[in-house]
Design a protein around this ligand. Structure first.
Ligand code: ADP
Ligand code: MG
Length: 912
C-alpha cells in the first residue's frame, strides 16, 4: 500500500468532504478550533504530559530512574500513552463512500483528531500521537511500540494494545508478518526484532506465549489442546502468571515468525471449530525478556580459576525481567445481543464481557474511582498490570474513515481518551536470580564432577596403560633374559662339546702314539722307576739325617741361649761384686785408718801406763805439771821416738785434712778414732797452729754440740783444752761460742774425765787478761762452780786452777787500774767454794786456791766479803802454814797492809 496514493486520496476525501453537502446543517466554513468544545473531556484531560509519547517514554527510561527501580517500590509515574491510527479507505469504502467525506480528520502535527459530527460540526480530540492513513508501519512501531519495547529490555513490564472496530487495522498494526513486503511488518515482528537484537543469547532469555481469550476461556495458541488456562495472581506483587501456558524460547526471528504463523493457524482452526471469527476473540502475545545486568552476569571463564571470577560466580546474577504483552483485542463494535449472528444471548454477553470489563476498569481508573472491577473478566485480570499497574502501556486505537461507522469510531475515540487518563507507576522488575545461580552452580558442580570423573577415568586408564606397559616390559625383559640365558647355555654347551671332541681326538692320537712306544717305554720306565726308587730312599735317609742335624743344632742353640743368659747374669753378679769390693775397699781404708788411730791411741795408752809404772807410783798424778795438756805433752815427749814417729807418720800418710774430715764421718767409731788422733796431734804444739788453720778447732767445737757420745765429748774437750793454751786460739774459742758449748758438755757429762777436760779448757781461758769480762759474761765462772759438784779431785784441781788464773788476771788489771769494783768471782758467788776448799787435802787444789785467795786479798774492795765469808782465817793460815814461801810472804804482807783485814783480825781477836 503506497503511502503516496494514500495522501492523494485523503486530500481528495477532504476536498470532497468539504465540498459535499450532507445531512449536516452546520456551515462547512465554520472554522474549527481546538477550543470549539472546551467541555469535551479531551480538552479537559489534555495537559502538559502530552508532549509526545515517544519523548515522554524515553524520559522515563531506566537510565533516568537511576538504575535502582527495584528498590523504589513507589515507581515513577507513567501515564498510559494513546495513539490513534486511521486506516485508509479500503476498496469497498472507496466505492461505497465515494460521495462522502471521511468522518475523521487528522492534524498529526497538532496531534489532534477531528471527528465530524455533521457537516458543520466537529469534535476535536488530542492524542499522544496521531497516525494518519499514510503512517508507515515503521513509524507506527517507533511511535507506539518502541519506547515500550525499550522499557521491557530495561526490565519494565510493557503493554501494547490495539483497540478498535473490527476491520480498522488492529491486526494489521500488530500482527502483520510482512512476508510479502518487509515494510509491512507489524509491531509484534518489529518488537521481537529489536528484542533479539538487544539480548545476549548466552545470558539472556526470550520466552514467548501466545494465547487467545474467547468467551472467558483462555486458550493456548501454541498448544490447541490446552484450551483452559488458568490465571494465577500473586497476592503480594500482583503479578499475573499463566503456569499452564506453553512458553517457547525464541532465539531468532525466523522461529518467532513460525511461531506466530503457527499461532495464527491454530487461532483460525479454533475459531472455525467454535464457529466464530477471530474478531470476536482477544489475542495475547506475551514476551518474557529476562536479562542479566551487565557486570553481574555469571563468570563464564570460570576455568581461569582466579579468585575474582570464583567470587563472582558465587554471586547471584542480577536479572531484569520485562514482560511485553501485545494485545490484539476483539473488535470493539457492539455486537448484536439478540444472538442474530448465531450466538445465544448469553453467549453474546460472554463474548463481550472482557471488553466491556476493560472499558469499565479504564473508566474507573480514569475517574480515580475507589473500586476498579479488575476481577470482572479474565482480560482485566490479565491486564491488571497494564492499566493502573506497573507497566508502561501504549494503546493504539484504530479507526476507519467511513462515516458509516462514525458511532463506533466515536466510541473508540472515547475509549482512547479515557485510557489516556490512566496513570501507571512504572517499576523496574529487577531481582537476584538465585535459581539461576543455583542452576549455574549445579551446572558448574556437574561440570566439575564430570571433569573429575573424566580425570579419574583418564587416570585409571593411564594407570592401566602404565601397568600394562610395565607388565609388557617385564615380560619382555623376562623373555630377553630367558633368550639370553638359552643362547649363552647353547654357546657353552657347544664350546663344551667342541672341547670334549678335541680332547677325545687328542686322546685318540695319544692312544695311537702310545700304542707304538708303550713297549719300549715300559722297559725304560721300569728302569727309571727302580732308579727313582733308589734315589728316593737315599733322599729319605738324607732328609732324616738332616732332620736330626737340625734338631741337634736347635737344642744346641737353646743351650747356647741359656748359657748366654746365665753368663749375662754372671756378668751382672760380677759387676755387683766389683762394686761391693770397691765399697769394701773404701770401708777397709776407713778401718785401716781407724786401726791406725787405734794403734796410735793404744801405743799412747801403753806408753802412759809404762811411764806410770816406771815413774811416781800409784796415786801420784803423772807429770810434773798440773794441767792435762802438759801431761799429754810430756807423755808425747817421753813416749820415745817410736810413738812420735808413728803419729808423725800417720800425719804424713793420711794428711791433716783427711783426718779432720773423718771427724764428720757417719760411722761413730771412725769419728771416735779420728777425734782421738786429732787430740793426740793437738797435744803437740807444732801441730796446733796447723790444726786450727785447717778448721780443726771449729770441727771439735761442732762435735761438742752435735755428738751425743761422751767419749767424743771427753776427747774433743781434751783437744780443745790443749789448743786453748795458745792466746790466739783462746780468742777463737771464745768467739765461736766455746764457753757455752763447754758448759753444755759439762752439764751432760757423767765421766769425771770429761769434766776434767772441760774444766781444764775453761781454766786455760781464764788465764787470758783480755777475755775476763766476756768469759764471766758468758757464764764461764758459773760453769766452773757447777762442775765442782762432781767432787772428783782431778776435776776440782782444774776448777781451782781456773779460779786462780782468773784471780791473777783480775789482780793484775786492778793493779793497772783497768779494773775497779769487787772481783767478779765474788760477784758470781765463788767465794764460799774457795774458802771451803782452801785447806783441801789435795795439794793441787789447795795450792791453786791459796794463790787465788792471795790475789783476791790484794784489793781492798774484796776485803769485806772475804772477811764475812771466813777467808780471813784461811789467809792467816796461808801466811803461817803454806809450804811455798812466796805465797806465805804474799799473804802476810796483804793482811798487814789492809786496814779492813787488820780491823777484822782485831775484831776476831786474832793476834797477828
Ligand atoms: P481488524 O483486525 O481491526 O479487524 P484488519 O487488520 O484485519 O482489521 O484490517 C482489515 C483490512 O484492512 C485488512 O485487509 C487490512 O489489510 C486492511 N488495512 C487495515 N489497516 C490498513 C492500513 N493502515 N493500510 C492499508 N490497509 C489496511
Ligand atoms: Mg483483527
Amino acid at each position: 500500500m503506497a503511502s503516496g496514493g494514500g495522501n492523494n486520496r485523503i486530500g481528495t476525501h477532504r476536498n470532497s468532504l468539504k465540498g459535499t453537502t450532507t445531512t449536516s446543517t452546520a456551515s462547512t466554513d465554520k472554522p474549527l478550533s481546538v477550543n470549539s468544545n472546551p467541555s469535551k473531556p479531551a480538552f479537559k484531560n489534555k495537559s502538559s504530559p502530552l508532549t509526545g509519547a515517544s519523548s515522554g517514554l524515553r524520559k522515563s527510561s531506566p537510565g533516568s530512574l537511576g538504575g535502582g527501580a527495584a528498590k523504589d517500590d513507589a515507581g515513577v509515574p507513567g501515564r498510559v500513552r494513546v495513539a490513534v491510527r486511521l486506516r485508509p479507505r479500503n476498496a469497498e469504502e472507496s466505492v461505497a463512500d465515494a460521495d462522502f467525506a471521511d468522518c475523521v480528520e487528522l492534524q498529526p502535527e497538532l496531534k489532534r483528531l477531528k471527528l465530524r459530527k455533521n457537516n458543520w460540526d466537529t469534535d476535536t480530540y488530542e492524542f499522544d500521537e496521531v497516525l494518519t492513513e499514510f503512517a508507515s508501519q515503521k513509524r507506527v512501531y517507533e511511535v507506539v511500540a518502541k519506547p515500550v519495547v525499550e522499557g521491557v529490555l530495561d526490565g519494565y513490564n510493557g503493554t501494547i494494545m490495539a483497540y478498535g472496530q473490527t476491520g480498522t487495522g488492529k491486526t494489521y498494526t500488530l500482527g502483520r508478518l510482512g512476508e510479502e513486503d518487509t515494510a509491512n511488518r507489524g509491531i509484534m515482528v518489529r518488537a521481537m526484532e529489536d528484542i533479539l537484537a538487544e539480548v545476549s543469547p548466552e545470558i539472556d532469555s526470550v520466552l514467548v506465549s501466545y494465547l487467545q481469550l474467547y468467551m472467558e476461556s483462555l486458550q493456548d495458541l501454541l498448544d490447541p489442546t490446552n484450551d483452559n488456562i488458568s490465571i494465577v495472581e500473586e497476592p503480594k506483587s500482583g503479578d499475573v502468571s499463566l503456569p499452564g501456558a506453553t512458553l517457547v524460547e525464541i532465539r531468532d526471528q525466523q522461529s518467532f515468525l513460525e511461531l506466530l504463523r503457527l499461532g495464527e493457524a491454530h487461532r483460525h482452526a479454533a475459531n472455525t471449530k467454535l464457529n466464530t471469527e477471530s474478531s470476536r476473540s482477544h489475542a495475547l502475545l506475551m514476551v518474557h525478556v529476562k536479562r542479566t545486568v551487565k557486570g553481574r552476569e555469571p563468570a563464564h571463564s570460570s576455568d581461569n580459576g582466579n579468585s575474582t571470577s570464583m567470587a563472582r560466580s558465587l554471586r547471584p546474577p542480577l536479572v531484569r525481567k520485562g514482560k511485553l504483552v501485545v494485545v490484539d483485542l476483539a473488535g470493539s463494535e457492539r455486537i448484536d445481543k439478540s444472538g442474530s449472528d448465531g450466538h445465544t444471548r448469553e453467549e453474546a454477553k460472554s463474548i463481550n464481557l472482557s471488553l466491556s470489563a476493560l472499558g469499565k476498569c479504564i473508566n474507573a481508573l480514569a475517574e480515580n474511582s475507589a473500586h476498579v472491577p479488575v476481577r470482572d473478566s479474565k482480560l482485566t485480570r490479565l491486564l491488571r498490570d497494564s492499566f493502573g499497574g506497573t507497566a508502561r502501556t501504549s494503546l493504539v486505537i484504530t479507526v476507519g474513515p467511513s462515516p458509516r461507522h462514525r458511532g463506533e469510531t466515536a466510541s473508540t475515540i472515547m475509549f482512547g481518551q479515557r485510557a489516556m487518563k490512566v496513570e501507571n507507576m512504572l517499576k523496574l522488575k529487577e531481582e537476584f536470580d538465585y535459581k539461576s545461580l543455583a542452576r549455574r552452580l549445579d551446572i558448574q558442580l556437574d561440570k566439575l564432577i564430570m571433569e573429575h570423573e573424566r580425570k579419574q577415568k583418564a587416570f585409571e586408564v593411564e594407570i592401566e596403560r602404565i601397568t600394562a606397559e610395565a607388565q609388557n616390559r617385564i615380560s619382555e625383559a623376562e623373555r630377553n633374559y630367558a633368550d639370553a640365558v638359552e643362547t649363552e647355555r647353547l654357546k657353552y654347551q657347544k664350546d663344551y662339546m667342541e672341547s670334549i671332541k678335541k680332547l677325545e681326538e687328542k686322546w685318540m692320537m695319544n692312544q695311537q702314539n702310545q700304542g707304538n712306544e708303550r713297549k719300549e717305554q715300559m722297559v725304560h720306565i721300569a728302569e727309571e722307576v727302580a732308579e727313582v726308587k733308589k734315589l728316593l730312599s737315599k733322599e729319605t735317609s738324607l732328609r732324616k739325617a738332616a732332620k736330626e742335624e737340625v734338631y741337634n743344632l736347635k737344642s744346641q742353640l737353646a743351650q747356647l741361649k741359656m748359657s748366654e743368659a746365665s753368663a749375662n747374669s754372671e756378668i751382672l753378679k760380677l759387676r755387683k761384686m766389683v762394686e761391693d769390693e770397691v765399697c769394701q775397699k773404701q770401708k777397709l781404708e776407713g778401718e785401716i785408718l781407724m786401726l791406725q788411730s787405734q794403734l796410735l791411741h793404744l801405743s799412747f795408752e801403753a806408753n802412759e801406763t809404762r811411764k806410770r809404772l816406771d815413774g811416781g807410783g800409784p796415786g801420784k798424778v803423772p807429770g810434773g805439771e798440773d794441767s792435762p795438756v802438759s801431761q799429754v805433752r810430756s807423755q808425747l815427749k817421753d813416749s820415745g821416738n817410736g810413738e812420735k814417729a808413728s803419729v808423725a807418720k800417720l800425719f804424713e800418710q793420711v794428711g791433716l785434712q783427711k783426718i779432720l774430715s773423718l771427724l764428720e764421718a757417719e760411722d761413730a767409731d771412725v769419728r771416735i778414732h779420728a777425734v782421738k788422733v786429732v787430740a793426740n796431734l793437738a797435744a803437740e804444739e807444732t801441730n796446733q797452729q796447723k790444726i786450727v788453720e785447717a778448721g780443726g778447732l771449729k770441727s771439735l767445737l761442732m762435735l761438742l754440740g752435735s755428738s751425743k757420745d761422751e767419749t767424743i765429748h771427753r776427747v774433743a774437750a781434751g783437744a780443745i783444752a790443749n789448743l786453748a793454751m795458745n792466746e790466739k786460739n783462746q780468742e777463737l774459742i771464745m768467739s765461736q761460742g766455746g764457753i757455752s758449748l763447754l758448759s753444755t758438755t759439762a752439764s751432760h757429762a757423767k765421766d769425771p774425765q770429761t769434766l776434767r777436760m772441760v774444766a781444764g779448757a775453761i781454766a786455760n781461758l781464764c788465764g787470758n787478761d783480755k777475755l775476763q769480762t766476756k768469759l764471766r759474761g758468758e757464764g764461764g765462772i758459773k760453769a766452773l762452780l757447777e762442775i765442782v759438784k762432781c767432787g772428783h779431785p782431778d776435776v776440782l784441781a782444774q776448777v781451782a786452777r781456773g779460779i786462780a788464773n782468773f784471780a791473777k788476771c783480775e789482780s793484775r788489771a786492778s793493779t793497772q787500774g783497768s779494773k775497779t769494783g769487787r772481783s767478779l768471782l765474788i760477784e758470781d758467788g765463788a767465794l764460799p767454794w774457795i774458802v771451803q776448799n782452801a785447806n783441801s787435802d789435795a795439794s793441787p787444789i789447795r795450792r791453786h786456791i791459796e794463790l787465788a785467795l792471795c790475789h783476791l786479798a790484794q784489793h781492798e774492795v774484796n776485803a769485806k766479803d772475804m772477811i764475812s765469808e771466813g777467808a780471813l782465817w784461811e789467809l792467816v793460815r796461808i801466811s803461817q802454814d803454806c809450804p811455798r814461801e812466796d805465797i806465805r810472804t804474799l799473804a802476810h804482807r796483804t793482811l798487814a797492809s789492809s786496814p779492813d783485814f787488820i780491823a777484822g783480825l782485831k775484831r776476831l781477836r786474832i793476834d797477828y
